[in-house]
Design a protein around this ligand. Structure first.
Ligand code: ATP
Ligand code: MG
Length: 365
């Protein structure tokens, strides 16, 4: 798939942008604070209806304006699509082929985009929250069931936690209702966990391959899902995970009442990245961590392709300058001819562009 025509109005500092992109490689070159990242963010927003930088959509509306509008024409092998997102201070609306979609879940997934920026180092280096957000965001865009169950899980989790607080304050007494909530929560959690195991298994395979290619080393990268309920394993069915979680909630009910919060489940699970069996979060060098993060993003490209038979867009923000010459070449080689790619840089110098035949270069000012 590729994004051909793109329009942005009042999106951060992009007042009025109307551009036709190259199906292969687009390079945005400009000095600091000109709007390069804003442009990548706008493309990403058109795909996912969320920003990678902020959870507050209001920030995306240009100063002194009431709305931001982005739209684009997407070409896939079977169909052509027109997509539009309108962001106002009250919320956002989305259209597919000029028909407004009441649910975001009906919109997300039409256009797939994978973004890699320097902050993605946090995927390895950062707290578990980062890795859970990664799964929810990335698996959500490729699988609408995942998107649904992850949203439902957050909702039921909040309900249960609120009820635990009411019980603690003595404002509620019905323990049967707590059991009902735990039962519901375990049901939705199992749907989330089983899908996470499945998608991570694919990512593991593809990321190993990408890591080998980019680092040109013999180190072996492996990804592992680490459930907070230790009894849960990869081979479990949804039903088995559900039973194990329920047993865990029952066993921990007293502690949960005391702490007034749910102590295990998808919101406490984690991913472990290992190089030759050593946890890269603890032992990886900065360069290794960056290459792992990049490999995981490249693995996502393969995963999207596996699931949808289309390659997603690849957005690379300030990435080239962070890689040494060999890794730059390996990266460009790896993606070349597969995905429509958008690359930002402050300087064309020192980057091994020779691999890309005819990139389209835009100066951003
Ligand atoms: P760098 O090379 O430093 O990463 P960049 O070209 O990627 O720079 P961006 O982050 O895309 O820069 O753009 C930053 C500019 O956008 C800043 O000048 C900032 O003030 C402006 N900006 C951010 N949000 C808004 C907004 N809501 N309305 C108007 N301008 C905004
Ligand atoms: Mg930037």
């Amino acid at each position: 798939m590729y994004l051909k025509h793109f329009i942005a109005q009042n999106y951060r500092n992009l007042q009025q942008l109307d551009v036709v992109f190259d199906p292969n490689v687009n390079i945005f070159i400009g000095q600091n604070a000109q709007g390069k990242t804003n442009l990548l963010e706008a493309i990403y927003f058109l795909a996912l209806t969320r920003s990678h930088r902020t959870s507050s959509d209001k920030e995306l509306i240009a100063f002194d304006q009431d709305y931001a509008n982005i739209s684009g024409h997407v070409y896939k092998s079977q169909i052509d699509l027109s997509l539009r997102v309108l962001i106002t201070k009250k919320g956002k609306k989305v259209w597919v082929n000029r028909i407004e979609q009441a649910k975001l879940s009906k919109y997300v997934g039409q256009l797939n985009a994978i973004l890699f920026s320097p902050e993605d180092l946090d995927l390895i280096k950062g707290a578990p929250t980062q890795r859970r957000r990664f799964m929810d965001q990335e698996f959500g865009q490729i699988n609408s069931e995942y998107l649904y169950f992850a949203g439902k899980y957050r909702q039921v989790l909040q309900q249960k936690n609120n009820y635990l607080k009411l019980l603690a304050k003595g404002q509620a007494r019905d323990m049967m209702f707590l059991d009902v909530l735990s039962d519901q929560l375990a049901g939705v959690a199992a749907e989330v966990i089983v899908r996470r195991f499945k998608f991570l298994k694919y990512l593991d395979r593809y990321a190993q391959n990408a890591y080998e290619h980019i680092s040109s080393s013999n180190e072996k990268l492996t990804l592992h899902y680490r459930p907070s309920v230790k009894e849960v394993t990869e081979s479990d069915s949804v039903e088995e995970v559900y039973r194990k979680l329920l047993a865990n909630y029952q066993k921990n009910q007293k502690v949960e009442l005391l702490k007034k919060t749910t102590l295990s489940g998808p919101h406490r699970d984690d991913i472990e990245f290992e190089l030759d069996g050593k946890d890269a979060h603890l032992y990886g060098s900065q360069g290794q961590q960056r290459t792992i993060a990049l490999s995981v993003k490249l693995a996502e490209i393969q995963l999207v392709h596996h699931l949808t038979a289309e390659y997603p867009l690849l957005l690379l923000d300030d990435v080239m300058s962070e890689l040494d010459h060999d890794r730059q070449s390996a990266l460009l080689n790896y993606i070349h001819g597969k995905t429509q790619t958008f690359i930002t840089t402050t300087d064309l110098e020192g980057i091994s562009w020779e691999i890309i035949k005819k990139p389209k270069v835009y100066r951003i000012k």
